[in-house]
Design a protein around this ligand. Sequence first.
Ligand code: FAD
Length: 449
Amino acid sequence: MSARPPHVIVIGAGTGGMCLAHGLRRAGISVAVYERYDTRVDGLLGYRVGIGPTGSRALRECLPPELFDVYLATCARSPRWFNVITQRMRQTASFELRPDTHPVDTERSVARMTLRQVLLTGMEDVVHFGKTFTRYEQHDDGTVTAYFADGSSTTGDLLVAADGTHSAVRRQYLPHAVTRDAGTINIATRIPLTAQTRALLPERLQRGISLIFGVGGMMGVLHVMEFKWDGDGRLKPGVGEADAALLDRWPGLAHDPTRDNINLIIWSTARRFPPDVMQRRGEELVQLALELTTNWHPHLRELLARSDPASALPIRVSTSEPVPPWKSSTVTLLGDAIHTMTPGRGVGANTALRDAALLCRQVRLAAAGDKTLLQAVADYEAVMVPYGFARVADSLNRSGTNGDDRMYKPVVGRLALLGARGYFGVTSRVPPLRRKFVDDFYTYRGEED
Ligand SMILES: Cc1cc2nc3c(=O)[nH]c(=O)nc-3n(C[C@H](O)[C@H](O)[C@H](O)COP(=O)(O)OP(=O)(O)OC[C@H]3O[C@@H](n4cnc5c(N)ncnc54)[C@H](O)[C@@H]3O)c2cc1C
């Protein structure tokens, strides 16, 4: 059994790493996080992340209760409809989602930057910025040392890789693990939400998650993100007293540039994009998005044309291969660092949060003397690896984020599109099928360990 309480080193102050750090600190376990970015607002963190019951449950378990309430208060207005539309904005299907009255069992829309600010709240003494991890060394006494690009190092009892898809820890620890291109590319854009841009969208699209099934294999997803604060970062009229008090006290709002916006992402097989797409930025990328959507409804094109060029971002979608079992040690991994998945099912962040809560529970057991730290790590990995890679497979195979999908083939693609539209159309019109679709949506997004 562990002779002394463990000190945990976390590499990466992203979604999973910070959730774990909160959980450990709440449990009185020593933890330090090392992040390559220099400040809390660095990085292009513009797009929306959908957090379902799995993610919210993990956050509730790990965050201090008041910070969990801040997380709820900083979510955008929750989606009420799951829509499927054509590139001409004709509605193929529309499913009513459940109201967001429950803190956990609901679907929430979060801005990545806002979630980051929530997770960094009150962690000034835990997070070390400007620390790019380069390598680690495991010692005979059971400790592990992490080294950083600035020449510094730190030693602890457990090193957790929470450093995302291109994890440097994984490269050293599991060099045989394969992360690869899924064959699709996204162009993500953000459009300021104004009276003019709002008027371009019917009510259900304003209040929904809307998937765009376009002809020619050009897909899209649209979310309207409305927050409780206005363009100047001041609380909007009508915000409830409790939320207003919380947000007034929350220092994170001062760091968060997120404002009401429309997220519009288009994607297709990489073959549809010019070879230099990943180098393009700003106006040039917005122009490319417009060229790829010439047959789309004028309102969708107007949204693209009005997008903030600084927010336009090309994303090469990645996935990973299941890793054969390895011998657990004083190094472990969570989130994208071990099971990078495509954004197809919207569960990458949820799964990273689930990992964080699970690992935290295991380290707590070790700290309490109920098992060794090595056993705790082994028990975490035995559960995390199967569900993580199951999510990787679902995300790739059932969502059009695989560049080899039939959807993107010249002739069968047309049939696949008609098939997909037909499936959603029928499912949304037949009440028992519609109910099952919505139930399955929540089951998938709320699965327990
Ligand atoms: C377009 C898009 C939409 C998505 N939508 C959703 C969604 O709706 N729902 C959902 O659940 N998921 C979604 N995801 C997936 C989700 O964003 C990721 O799965 C999630 O952020 C992974 O969290 P993480 O903590 O593992 O890694 P990250 O949040 O990526 O954090 C990794 C951190 O490690 C740091 N880091 C990297 N290298 C080093 C180093 N060498 N040294 C120190 N620090 C380092 C990084 O700077 C970063 O802060 C989406 C992804 C994309 C691309």
